[in-house]
Write a protein that binds this ligand. Sequence first.
Ligand code: CTP
Ligand code: MG
Length: 237
Amino acid sequence: MNCAVIVAAGRGNRFGSQIPKQFVEIGGKPVLIHTLERFENCAAIDEIILVLAAAEIEGFRRLLQKFDFSKLKKICAGGDTRAASVFEGVKNASAQTQIFVIHDGARPFVKDSEITQTIEKAKEKGASCLTAEVTDTIKEVDEKGSIIRTISRESLRRALTPQCFRADILRKAFASVENLSATATDECYLVENAGFQVAAVKGSAQNIKITFPEDLAFAEYLLNRSADFSSDAPNNF
Ligand code: CTP
Ligand code: MG
C-alpha cells in the first residue's frame, strides 16, 4: 500500500497573499486541487492523507464537495513546521502503509511518471528523492557577502517532491529527531541524518513549488501548455 501525504498547512509567507498560496487559483481551480488530482489519477497511489492548518480544514472540506477524490482518506491538522506537518500525516496513515509518498501541496505540476519512479526506487532502495539539476553557477559567500569560492554544480541537485520512504525507515527517522521545530526543510534530511541512504531520482524542472507571486504566471503558462499533466509531455525546457 502506497500512501501519499500531501502537506499544505503552511502560511506561504514568501508568497505574501491573504489566503495561503495553496488555495490561490490557477486555471480556475486552487493549486491544491491540481496537486490532489495528480495523486488521485496516479495508479501507484492507494491512499491520500491531506494535512492542512486546523483553521482551514472545514472550509476546504466544503470546497471538496465539488470534487470526487476517492483516494483521499483523511484530512488532519498540521504543525508549526513542514516536518511536524508530515509527521501528523504519517501518524494518520493506514497501518498497512508500506511506502510513504511525501509531497508539497504547493507543487501541482508533478508528473505521473515522477511519482511512480520515485515510489519504485524507494521500494528497491528504502528511500528516494525526486531531484532536478542545478543550472546556475553556484557561489559560496561569507557573512559580508563576498564570494569565497565557486562550487562545482556537477554533483549538486535540487530536492523536489515526492520524497518516498519505506514506512519503517521514515518512522525510525522521525523517532530519532528530538525537536521537529528545528531546521529540516525536507524529510530526506531527517532520513539521511538517521543514517539511511537516499537514492536520487531525476525529475523535471517543470515540477515547480509555488513560492513567490511571480511563480503564478509560469504556473498558468504550464497549465495552458499542457491540458493533461498526468501524461508525460516532452520536456521542452
Ligand atoms: N507546510 C506545511 N506545514 C508547515 C509549513 C509548510 O504543511 N508548517 C507545507 C506548505 O503548505 C507547502 C510545503 O509544506 O505545501 C512546502 O513548504 P513551503 O513552500 O515553504 O510553504 P510555506 O511554508 O507555506 O511558505 P513560506 O516558507 O514562504 O512561508
Ligand atoms: Mg516554508
